[in-house]
Design a protein around this ligand. Structure first.
Ligand code: MN
Length: 228
């Protein structure tokens, strides 16, 4: 047997707790959908000719439940985006929509934290979004609730210091969960451990140091963190 000799300790695998168990879900990649609710697309200046699209965050951007979030560097406009997160137990390429939900392990509630000022600057220059989306601690997430059958359809909401900021229904998504998985699998070969943040509804806005942020999706769970 050939033993691998690392020149450095290998990086830790990012994990997310599984609700109601002592087990954890190991994360491979994080994909995110942009502009997947019409009212959010409109508030971001888009229109109905703009289909949703994908971007990515590194797996080590996750913040596990119960941990707080350090206000990130290089921004004065940090935004909350509450999202339904899909956790895949299986993957593949060119997955038919009709088979897509078979790949789902479960669902979580997450925030796609965004350095909106850096995103605006990147858009202006036609530069990549990575620094505005894929920064450290940019992806707080709840425990994953194991799930089979039709995807969640209910209310998705976010509050800051107890005040409502986002309040919509998952069924308003432009691409539904099965369509998202099918679309993503045409661009990448998906694999067990992949997470997909499915986009945020309208009402995104700034958060500051000291704020208490909470998000919830009906039947899936809730997530709370403080910005330090
Ligand atoms: Mn988002």
């Amino acid at each position: 047997m050939i033993m691998t000799q690392y020149v450095l300790p290998p990086p830790a695998v990012s994990v997310v707790p599984v609700l109601g168990t002592s087990e954890v879900f190991p994360v491979r990649r994080i994909l995110c959908v942009g502009r997947n609710y019409a009212a959010h697309r409109a508030e971001m200046g888009g229109d109905d000719r703009d289909p949703p699209f994908f971007f990515a965050k590194p797996a080590d951007a996750l913040v596990t439940p119960g941990s707080d979030v350090a206000f990130p560097s290089m921004t004065s406009d940090l935004h909350h985006e509450v999202e339904l997160v899909v956790a895949l137990r299986a993957g593949g390429a060119d997955i038919p929509v009709a088979d897509a939900l078979d790949r789902v392990f479960g669902y979580a509630v997450g925030f796609d934290l965004t350095r909106r000022d850096l995103q605006a600057a990147a858009k202006d220059k036609g530069h990549p979004w990575d620094a505005s989306k894929g920064f450290d601690q940019s992806a707080p997430i709840s425990a994953i609730r194991p799930w089979s059958g039709p995807a969640p359809q209910g209310r998705i909401s976010a509050t800051v210091n107890g005040q409502s900021r986002q309040d919509a229904v998952v069924s308003d998504m432009i691409w539904n969960v099965a369509e998202i998985i099918a679309q993503a699998s045409r661009l990448w070969c998906l694999a067990p451990g992949d997470l997909i943040f499915t986009g945020t509804p309208e009402g995104v806005g700034p958060i500051a140091r000291g704020d208490e942020v909470a998000g919830a999706v009906d039947d899936v769970g809730e997530l709370r963190f403080k910005v330090l």
